[in-house]
Design a protein around this ligand. Structure first.
Ligand code: ATP
Ligand code: MG
Length: 486
């Protein structure tokens, strides 16, 4: 049987001498290595390896700081507003804000929350970050605190993370779409203001008093021919989207409307409806208080873009000398007051806004279009002439629906008599509106309205018999339906 040989067990002294020789060799190697590669060279080599071999991220992060230096960063505000529309329904935390002036509560996404959105199928992630103010000793780029050391103010920013491959599309398309959405949201929230422009009591340049426009009139509540109403809305829509067009053709981006018709037919209501529709502030220019051309110019310079300049009752609010400067017009109802030239007024509209006005609307109203200087009616000055006239059947249906909150079809038989009376009598929307608020009982209101219309018919018939063909000043001679002319 073969005998098995076992390796000889190392003795403790042989182990010790082996250990001693290994550590001597290591020390020798280290000394040589350190001499060959000094500390700086080694550090450099390590850094270089780290830099080139660092695993590359496939993500790009865009940072929207709330401020750019001291200036608020519009992109931060836009992103914040946009993200309000993308809030995760099962968010655990939301921020709630409201300023004194705001009428609504803002719901915003909170710090550290993440919102996942997608654009053209590209997934993106948003994150809101808020860094608390920091106080450090030593140098830094923050401000100096009172107690010495360095103070970094609070920093707020929003991060947008996405795959680097989509950098181009995100920057050139997604970000502009965010700006657009935020502007639309801002517009919806905007409270329209009514500002009175007058030149007395406010120092050399006059002053402007502002209140929130609290006029409930909208295109939905306005009783007028639906075709004319649609034409006005289309005209406004076209106007506001034609920035580039106006620039290209070298025309001031403005539109002039002349609203004419008898009192109580909705001229002022239409102005409010336009302002509410476009969210443009209204500047009410009180011409009777304007001292002359130069104060008019100062007042006009106080108006802002995206606004409506309104001059009501243009024919009778001021003594308008005729264009040749011969003297004041011979209107029976002009007030005596400061005088300035009509040409001055027209020049401001044409000249001033050509160089320093964008998205401006000017609206003149009058009860007597025929009394206006033809120069004012020339195309380019007043682009659109809108005749506001007596109540039509369509208009009455709008009023009845709004005021009585009834389904007019259900009241078809009841309303038939009223419609017949409206068709053959010249009654203003204001007169009918006045009657529609007299009671909460629909039957009582309708009965009262029938009586009113019958009485009016009898009175008018009597007047016509007395006056023969009627007098020319009477706006009753206006065509019956509202119309638009541009
Ligand atoms: N077309 C209309 N649609 C709805 N309501 C109207 C209309 N016209 C008049 N009203 C009602 O009558 C009131 C007076 O109308 P509004 O002041 O708009 O008339 P106006 O044409 O400006 O009159 P004026 O020539 O006297 O200035 C309005 O507040 C509104 O309640
Ligand atoms: Mg009016």
């Amino acid at each position: 049987m073969a005998s098995r040989t076992f390796p000889e067990m190392p003795t403790p002294s042989s182990l010790l001498s082996a250990y001693a020789s290994i550590s001597t060799s290591i020390m020798l190697f280290r000394t040589m290595f350190n001499q060959l590669f000094p500390r700086e060279l080694r550090r450099y080599a390590v850094d270089a390896v780290r830099f080139y071999w660092k695993p590359k991220s496939s993500k790009l992060t865009l940072v929207f700081d709330d401020k750019d230096g001291l200036t608020p960063n519009h992109m931060f505000d836009a992103a914040e507003a946009f993200l309000c529309t993308r809030i995760n329904p099962d968010s655990d935390r939301l921020r709630i804000t409201k300023s004194v002036k705001e009428t609504h509560i803002n719901i915003k996404f909170a710090e550290s929350d993440e919102i996942v959105d997608s654009f053209d199928g590209i997934p993106v992630t948003w994150r809101y970050v808020r860094q608390q103010p920091q106080h450090r000793t030593g140098d830094g780029d923050g401000g100096k605190s009172i107690s010495g050391g360095v103070f970094s103010p609070e920093r707020k920013y929003i991060e947008l993370k996405f795959d680097k491959r989509y950098k181009e599309i995100i920057i050139s398309s997604y970000l502009p779409s965010i700006v657009k959405t935020s502007q639309e949201l801002e517009n919806k929230k905007k409270i329209v203001k009514l500002l009175n422009l007058q030149s007395y009591g406010g120092g050399p340049g006059g002053h402007k008093e502002s209140v929130n426009l609290d006029h409930p009139s909208t295109f939905d509540t306005l009783a007028m021919d639906p075709i004319v109403k649609k034409a006005i809305i289309d005209d406004l829509d076209l106007f506001v989207k034609r920035r580039e067009f106006y620039k290209k053709v070298g025309k001031a981006w403005k539109r002039g409307y002349l609203l004419y018709g008898p009192p109580g037919t909705g001229k002022s209501s239409l102005i409010a409806a336009i302002a509410n529709y476009l969210k443009f502030d209204i500047y009410d220019l009180l011409l009777a208080n304007v001292g002359g051309d130069s104060s008019l110019k100062k007042l006009m310079l106080k108006t802002t873009n995206r606004s409506i300049l309104v001059i009501e009752d243009i024919d009778c609010s001021i003594q308008l000398p005729d264009r040749k400067g011969v003297g004041p017009s011979k209107f029976p109802d002009v007030k005596s007051g400061p005088m300035f030239s009509l040409s001055g007024l027209l020049n401001f509209i044409d000249g001033l806004w050509s160089c320093c006005g964008d998205e401006r609307i000017i609206i003149f109203t009058t009860n007597h279009k025929e009394r206006l200087d033809p120069a004012l009616l020339r195309p380019g000055r007043m682009d659109v002439h809108i005749h506001m006239s007596y109540l039509t059947v369509d208009g009455f249906e709008t009023l009845a629906t709004n005021y009585l909150n009834i389904d007019i079809h259900a009241y078809h038989w009841r309303l038939r008599e009223i419609k017949e009376l409206i068709k053959c009598k010249k009654v203003t929307p204001a007169e009918v509106a006045e009657d529609l608020i007299k009671s909460e009982d629909v039957e009582v209101v309708l009965e009262g309205l029938v009586k009113f219309l019958k009485r009016k018919k009898m009175d008018d018939d009597d007047d016509e018999t007395k006056d023969g063909e009627g007098n020319e000043e009477d706006e009753v001679r206006e065509p019956k339906r509202a119309k638009i002319m541009s």
